[in-house]
Design a protein around this ligand. Sequence first.
Ligand code: DOR
Ligand code: ZN
Ligand code: ZN
Length: 420
Amino acid sequence: MELVVDGNCFVAGRMQKCCVGIEGGKIVKIAKVLEGEKVLNFGNKLVLPAAIDGHVHFREPGMTDKEDFASGSEAALCGGVTCVLEMPNTRPSTTTVASIREKKKAASAKSLVDFGLFAGVKPGMDVEALAKEAAAFKLYMGSTTGDLLVPDILEVKKELARIARTGKVLAVHAEDENLRRKDPENDLEGHLRNRPNECETTAIKTIRNAYRGDRLHICHVSARQSLFEVKGRTGLTCEVTPHHLLFDTTSRLGALIKVNPPIRRREDRQALFQALKGGSIDMVASDHAPHLLEEKEDDFEYALTGTPGVETLVPLMLQLVRENHLAIDLVIRMLCERPGEIYGLPKGRIAAGYDADLIVVDMLAGEYIKADKLHSKCGWTAYEDMPAIFPKAVFLRGELMVENRSRVGERKGRDIVGST
Ligand code: DOR
Ligand code: ZN
Ligand code: ZN
């Protein structure tokens, strides 16, 4: 065996003291004892599958002062994420074969984690050609960063029918543009008034009724009423973000957590948490949306929407395990197994045949989140000083890439489309 990782591993649904045997970047064997050319023994530390972040904005091309594939992927890696799905609202937006190929070139040259690219839904797009390049499609029903708004889905009726036939996931930013208000807003409550709960819940019903495909995914569900619309429906999956789980409008973070869909009331936050615990949420994804601090420190009204989070996603969820709010198997399902299944990746499990993407965790080694130890170009975090558990080591396809929160490996990430 080329490499053996020995530790307290999450295998077949439970923690077990065993060895993971790795050849050519893949897990090939799991046994109590394995011999290898190289053996790394992590004792009683936890060895878990690395996470797949199903929702990030790495801003390249066009906004690389905020982030690019190099900085965004380094942040991902140091936070225990070895695969990201990257959103199309860049400049230019990723809606043509030329633009997706261009983005792929940049990502292949710079990314330190594996990646899949979303193609944005727009009238007149070449669905079939894009389906060959894209990991999935993304529809924006409400306005936010970028120029991909489709306020009335009748405008893309034909495109949606064709997407349904590609067999790819259609992910949706579900906010009904026509129910959005445009009143002046000075704080989180004001932003919420302009994007009330029904804005999201109505959009979910609209797309659910209109879309004929069987792989519809609702991004960042945030309103308690929306939970009834996504629960237990075949062909429909959904995600929540850490910021909607951890913050509500009583927060004093102001524009730092001005996001779309908005941070809502405590009742919504608690309902999301209960739904997560009850198993009716498929995944937790960061919606990593970096902006520069000066773009956030303007007047609340003009502050850009979005908050960074790819590096803190896994550490915050592990902290919730440590505090006994969530079970570890649930967290692994949300961060690793379900995203792997939904996007059809050989990742997210410690099992023979899967990519050897692993993290090593010491549940007793808590830290406080500090922006100056994070790797996003934006340089700030809404989670400053919050307790979290960062991985001690991170492996991408069998290569040790991170040790003690710093990068040590050089392996380049690759496109999940056409490489597996
Ligand atoms: O707050 C948000 N920011 N919501 C989105 O949907 C987009 C994101 C961004 O790209 O900044
Ligand atoms: Zn969104
Ligand atoms: Zn987003």
